[in-house]
Design a protein around this ligand. Structure first.
Ligand code: FES
Length: 56
């Protein structure tokens, strides 16, 4: 499912970035060679990253 329509970033892309140790929203954009445009996806990307973050 696409999370970022502006840059065609899917939830799989976000999960792949998290699996490589990338953990910020901007790192997800960088990994895809793009940057935020409208910014509407940032909250959804952050939610996936938080879901995958190691628990203390
Ligand atoms: Fe991601 Fe617009 S939906 S920058």
């Amino acid at each position: 499912m696409y999370i970022c329509l502006c840059n065609a970033i899917s939830d799989k892309h976000v999960r792949a970035c998290a699996g490589q140790g990338r953990c910020s929203v901007s790192d997800v954009y960088k990994a895809r060679g793009c940057q935020a445009q409208c910014g509407k996806c940032a909250k959804s990307i952050r939610a996936i990253l938080d879901e995958l973050a190691p628990q203390p």
